[in-house]
Design a binder for this molecule. Structure first.
Ligand code: SF4
Ligand code: SF4
Length: 168
């Protein structure tokens, strides 16, 4: 998505919890030690390049309504090479199942299937691949693992994990 936006993070800091920050060896799903409620990043001027470069989709795309703001929805949306990743606050692991989020996620999954775009729910290290009709709960997915979909035409009928080295 590439729509210019005048939005700002405001009180939201959720990406500082849900995203992994390699430079800080901060795992996905736990608060960064530099983040303070109500104050934001305590090392703002010296924050890692990964943090500087990051904007969630809500921040940059006005097509996502105010209800998608991560501090409200508990969901942080980003794009990946394969499609859309929806990172759920681990403190609210069912947030993505609530309406109107669930219906919108299903719609993205339905239109994604015909364009080879995947919709992935990420809760800490756990991942769930969502299609129009099904959910494939993959459990904990390690960084050195990849998701391989089984397709019938454009329809995804299965998903498994393989070692990344097996695909090289
Ligand atoms: S999740 Fe989005 S809106 Fe919230 S702090 Fe991060 S970039 Fe800003
Ligand atoms: S360094 Fe700052 S911006 Fe980066 S994750 Fe930690 S609190 Fe957030």
């Amino acid at each position: 998505m590439n729509v210019a936006s005048s939005r700002s993070c405001g009180e939201c800091t959720l990406c500082c919890k849900v995203m992994a920050i390699e430079t800080l060896t901060k795992p996905a799903g736990s608060w960064c030690t530099h983040c303070r409620s109500g104050q934001g990043c305590l090392i703002h001027a010296e924050r890692p390049a990964e943090c500087r470069a990051y904007s969630c989709l809500w921040l940059v795309d006005d097509r996502l309504g105010p209800h998608w703001k991560p501090s409200k929805s508990r969901l942080v949306l980003t794009t990946s090479e394969d499609g859309i990743e929806i990172r759920c606050d681990p403190g609210f692991p069912e947030a993505w199942r609530k309406e109107p989020y669930r219906s919108q996620i299903r719609q993205w999954a339905a239109s994604g299937e015909t364009h080879d775009v995947t919709v992935l729910i990420v809760i800490g290290e756990r991942m769930i691949l969502v299609t129009e009709e099904q959910e494939f709960d993959l459990g904990i997915v390690r960084p050195d693992q990849r998701i391989v979909r089984e397709l019938e035409g454009t329809r995804c009928v299965g998903a498994t994990l393989v070692e990344a080295s097996e695909l090289e």
